[in-house]
Design a protein around this ligand. Structure first.
Ligand SMILES: *Cc1c(COP(=O)(O)O)cnc(C)c1O
Length: 376
């Protein structure tokens, strides 16, 4: 083995090669049967994911952004309703809130876990608030015990954005629950680089509520329960059968994938823990971590220069996320100003994510560690 000239953030090819037979067989079966839309592989995956997550209903859909939109449509949220979410997240979470004419109310995050700050949520609840969307950022769960209690107290819906934490376990008031199955609805994404990624776009919704499940299924299929009878306005959002076949091959490996990611994270922790210029990821209470990202907080480091130097050594690094949502042009800059969410702003200015994936060799990781320690 040797060090590749370019070390990417994720290595999907090595992962594919290890399970090529399973993947290819699944895809070939779809090709042979030409069951491209809602083929048997989709139903099979739905059942397998329900079983894995121990949840009553999984509703597959086209992507994680659609999943969030379908969830909010199913909850009957109306223009003017306020939905609280974190300013430190991927744009999709807040985007669909705005697209539906709802008002995204952004709040700051916890400086240790990077997840939504429950006290900040509480402060932003008004008579117009209808829902909270916590994001399980980078692979570990938000403080769902306190969030669900708060939601119950104020009669609010909660949608867990689980796009980065599928497979994580959470200790919900003494019972172990899978991320995405704790709130009224969970949403997830199967974007290729996510922990359970397909080979294109894909997503799903999770719920234990029969009525919400029926509504979401209907909305995802043009608002119809019976073909050509449209009871409500819906969307067209299906999980492609070929993608379902890929996911059927990959789901049995998901726990091993999480273990492999944790092994990489532990090694980074050991190498960087206690370093004066780096803060290693803090493990949240009550949640395990599936390390969608391994994200350091840098202190007194010129991040741009460090990234350039790492790139010269062929080492990829990323900033998730460089601009807080409240500072994005698309999100009503007139409602927010710099300084509104100091934790989010400080994180955006100082985080750095390093390559982490299921196939990282010790040799490659040693090379990354040596270079980070030397160049920082
Ligand atoms: C990836 C992601 C999404 C969107 O998923 P897509 O499948 O790309 O639409 C939503 N929320 C978060 C937090 C994500 O990381």
């Amino acid at each position: 083995m040797s060090i590749p000239s370019k070390i990417p953030m994720v290595d999907l090819r090595s992962q594919y090669l290890k399970i090529k037979n399973e993947i290819d067989a699944g895809i070939n079966e779809v090709l042979d049967t030409t069951a491209f839309i809602n083929g048997p592989a989709v139903k099979k995956f739905q059942a397998a994911l329900e079983n894995y997550l121990n949840v009553k209903h999984v509703i597959p859909c086209a992507n994680g952004t659609d999943a969030l939109q379908i969830a909010m449509m199913a909850l009957g949220l109306k223009p003017g309703d306020e939905v609280i979410t974190a300013s430190f997240t991927y744009v999709a979470t807040a985007e669909v809130i705005g697209l539906l004419g709802l008002t995204p109310v952004l709040v700051d995050v916890n400086p240790s876990t990077f997840n939504i700050d429950v006290e900040a949520v509480e402060k932003h609840i008004t008579p117009k608030t209808k829902a909270i969307v916590p994001v399980h950022l980078f692979g570990q769960c938000a403080d769902m015990n306190r969030l669900m209690a708060l939601a119950e107290q104020h009669n609010l819906f909660v949608i867990e954005d689980t796009a980065q934490a599928l497979g994580a376990n959470y200790n919900f008031n003494g019972t172990s629950r899978k991320a995405g199955t704790i709130a009224h609805i969970g949403s997830t994404s199967f974007f290729p680089s996510k922990n359970l990624g397909c080979y294109g776009d894909g997503g799903a919704l999770m719920t234990n509520d029969d009525e919400l499940a029926a509504k979401m299924r209907m909305i995802a299929h043009h608002g119809q329960r019976i073909q050509y009878y449209h009871d409500v306005l819906g969307v067209n959002s299906r999980l492609d059968t070929i993608q379902a076949a890929v996911l059927n091959a990959k789901l049995p490996h998901l726990d091993n994938y999480a273990a492999a990611r944790n092994k990489v994270a532990d090694k980074y922790d050991q190498a960087f823990g206690g370093h004066p210029k780096m803060k290693i990821p803090v493990r949240a209470e009550n949640s395990n971590h599936v390390f969608h990202q391994y994200t350091l907080v840098l202190q007194d480091v010129n991040r741009t220069v460090l990234r350039e130097k790492l790139a010269e050594k062929g080492i990829a690094s990323m900033i998730y996320y460089p601009v807080p949502l409240h500072m994005q042009k698309a999100f009503g800059s007139e409602r927010y100003k710099p300084g509104d969410f100091p934790v989010t702003e400080a994180l955006c200015a100082s985080v750095l994510s390093l390559p982490i994936h299921t196939e990282m060799t010790e040799e490659v990781q040693d090379y990354i560690i040596t270079n980070v320690l030397e160049l920082i």
